[in-house]
Ligand binder design. Structure first.
Ligand code: XCC
Length: 682
């Protein structure tokens, strides 16, 4: 390189530095801001920097780039000002913008449904191994839930005795048959998935009438790949129907089976205390981060890290103990069952390593950025991949393959490696001093219990409070972080706006982690952030206004909660009649698209933040945002502005209250409250 070239390079680098937004412009989370600054000081590149240098493709973002054959990519952007007159844009084969956008959208549904469902398949395989006693490491823990769910899979829980009497069936037999039936849902070719009938009857009948009942999980995903191949399905509405089949096979299939079997295997979650944010890491402990999605191995790591011999070993290496922390949905899984604290959400994965305090980051599948391996190379941190589906070629990673037959031994080996790495810390340790207390683990069974108590568990009290107007409605706010928008800002703005207007929030995924960090997962937060009606209910029942229901596959719990609300009565006969709305404020993953589609097809108005890759195809956009409401009673929407996003959800909730004839009740209740407050003040 000549001197001139070097000089130019330096000038360019300085310009870049000047232009780079300050850390506080990138996140609202103080721990994140501190670690972005540290990474920059250390010259370590993170996603926050790459989001500045790598801009999104203007055509891909519109959903109108077709690369499904080698004659393309055909790029059909919508230019500023839109199209005047007839839209004559076409790909080489004649594919219209709506065909291209629908095909791209469908492939996102397929990938998302595949990710959740393959997770479910792994759980089903381990469940079956446990039921068949092929492994010592896993045992059926929640027999109550096993007996509750078995009939839904067509598994009898009683047998007829010799003289015709009804006897309880052997638990092991039930478990084996349940595992086999569950696993059979993936390869089933005909008929329909067994859990679809859990939906309210009118919803199931609607799906049947529309012909969108999924036949088998794998089949619907494969069919999307076939239909979106060059020259197959060139009708956006027909593609939309297949999106529904595959998405329902996710929400009411693969994801729901994953949740069911994980609960039976590891225990159904009930509320427990923990904490969230990078401040959960401890300078004088061996810190192990568990990151990804499947709880199969992480359950074993939790057990291994608690072994006295491991704690002793850590002490021998100079540490005071072992601290586990989770990132992404593995975090949510081990939080809701063991209270393991949350280290952070999706955009904090590199930053956890930047603390210099992490001995090992153990990863399985999904949402693991390849660059964690490069960041780890700047520290002593070992990245340990554990799943044959998910290896990382960048950096120096270690692969210890998870096997359900030797899972506990594998977990012990991983914990030992982390302990042995403790003396190798080479850079100063800086742990942000931020963490918040939280309560998590609100399975739909737990909500039932909390609202009604053990002997009269039911959703009736929730419905009563919705009908009488104290609670305006219910929102499911879920999903990822996205580096194209300020980290955590939309999540928090939307959730706070909802609870301020008496909308109770059910949360999962990275939104749940954000809410945990912000202190919204405590009953005490109700008094500070909620409208008077919701605050009163939360204080009376002792629940937070934002209920942490688990990981992304646990969005199936939200479907079940909505179904329970319908069943409890007084709010219509179907999910589409409920004063409810869904939201993914900072989504980025294809899984979110599959989730969105199954919520819409289940009758929920679902708003996404950031962007939706359909803006270059107004006809398909119109189908998603408007036409679907006439078909399913739920539809998509996209609103990047968080306040407007929340307002749209509240407006939809009010529309549904009006349709149910309960809009006046809320006005009365708020008048009562104002009077009471005046009295209290006087
Ligand atoms: Fe991944 Fe599930 Fe999204 Fe977070 S919310 S970034 S999908 S971890 Ni699931």
């Amino acid at each position: 390189m000549t001197t001139e070239e070097v000089k130019t390079k330096v000038v360019v680098a300085k310009e870049k530095e000047k232009k780079a937004p300050k850390a506080e412009e990138l996140s609202i989370d103080p721990a994140t801001i501190q670690m972005i600054e540290r990474s920059r000081e250390m010259g370590i590149d993170t996603i926050f920097d790459r989001a500045q240098t790598m801009k999104a493709c203007n055509i891909g973002i519109q959903g109108t780039c077709c690369k499904n054959c080698a004659q393309g990519p055909c790029r059909l952007p919508l230019t500023k000002g839109g199209i005047e007159g007839e839209d004559t844009r076409k790909g080489l084969c004649g594919a219209t913008p709506e065909t291209i956008a629908a095909r791209n959208f469908a492939r996102m549904v397929a990938a998302g449904a595949a990710a959740h469902s393959d997770h479910g398949r792994g759980v089903a395989e381990t469940f079956l191994a446990a039921a068949r006693k092929e492994t010592e490491d896993y045992k059926i823990q929640d027999t109550k839930k096993l007996l509750e769910i078995a009939p839904d899979y067509g598994v009898d829980i009683t047998v007829e005795g010799e003289s015709g009497e009804i006897l309880d069936r052997d638990i092991d037999e039930i478990a084996v048959e349940l595992g086999e039936k569950a696993l059979g849902q993936w390869g089933q070719q005909q008929g329909e998935l067994c859990l679809l009938k859990r939906a309210p009857a009118p919803r199931y009948e609607l799906w049947k009438k529309l012909g969108v009942l999924p036949r088998g999980i794998d089949r619907e995903i494969v069919e999307i790949m076939h239909r979106t191949h060059m020259g197959v399905d060139q009708d956006y509405e027909n593609l939309g129907e297949q999106c529904t089949r595959a998405a329902l096979a996710d929400g009411w299939g693969g994801s729901m089976i994953a949740t069911d079997l994980q609960d039976v295997l590891f225990g159904c979650p009930y509320p427990l205390k923990s904490s969230a944010n990078l401040g959960i890491l401890k300078k004088d402990h061996v810190n192990i981060i568990i990151h990804g999605h499947e709880p199969l191995l992480s359950e074993m790591i939790v057990q291994a890290a608690e072994l006295p011999e491991m704690i002793q070993y850590a002490k021998e290496k100079g540490a005071k103990g072992i601290q586990l922390g989770g990132i992404c949905c593995t975090a949510n899984e081990i939080l809701i069952r063991h209270g393991v604290p949350l280290a952070g959400n999706f955009l904090q994965q590199e930053l956890a390593i930047v603390t210099g305090a992490v001995e090992a980051m153990v990863v399985d599948v999904q949402c693991i950025m390849e660059n964690v391996a490069n960041v780890a190379d700047c520290f002593h941190t070992k990245i340990i991949t554990t799943n044959p589906r998910a290896k990382i070629a960048s950096g120096k990673t270690l692969h210890i393959e998870f096997d359900e037959h030797t899972a506990f031994e594998d977990a012990k080996r991983i914990v030992r490696i982390a302990i042995e790495n403790f003396p190798n810390r080479e850079k100063p340790v800086v742990i942000p001093d931020y963490k918040s207390d939280l309560i998590a683990g609100f399975s739909y069974e737990a909500i039932n219990y909390h609202l009604g108590g053990t002997f009269r568990g039911s959703y009736v009290p929730l419905n009563d409070n919705i009908i009488n107007g104290r609670i305006r409605g219910v929102a499911g706010v879920v999903g990822c972080n996205n580096a194209r928008t300020m980290h955590d800002n939309s999540h928090i703005t939307i959730v706070k706006e909802l609870i301020k207007h008496d909308v109770i929030v059910l949360t999962t995924g990275c939104n749940a982690i954000t809410c945990g960090k912000e202190g919204l997962l405590t009953p005490e937060s109700a008094r500070v952030f909620c409208g008077p009606g919701l605050a009163e209910v939360c204080e009376t029942v002792g629940i937070p206004p934002v209920l942490h229901m688990g990981s992304c596959v646990d969005n199936s719990r939200i479907l079940m909660a909505a179904t329970e609300v319908v069943k409890a009565g007084g709010l219509g006969k179907d999910i589409s009649e409920l004063p409810a709305a869904g939201s993914a404020p900072e989504w980025m993953s294809e899984k979110a698209i599959s989730i969105g589609q199954y919520f819409v097809a289940s009758g929920v108005y679902t708003v996404f933040g950031v962007t939706l890759p359909v803006s270059g195809a107004p006809v398909f956009e119109d189908y998603l945002y408007k036409k679907l409401e006439g078909i399913y009673g739920g539809m998509w929407d996209m609103e990047p502005d968080p306040m407007e996003h929340a307002r749209k959800m509240i407006a939809h909730i009010d529309k549904k209250r009006k349709a149910l004839g309960i809009d006046k009740a809320r006005e009365r209740v708020l008048m009562d409250m104002a009077d009471r407050q005046k009295l209290e003040a006087a």
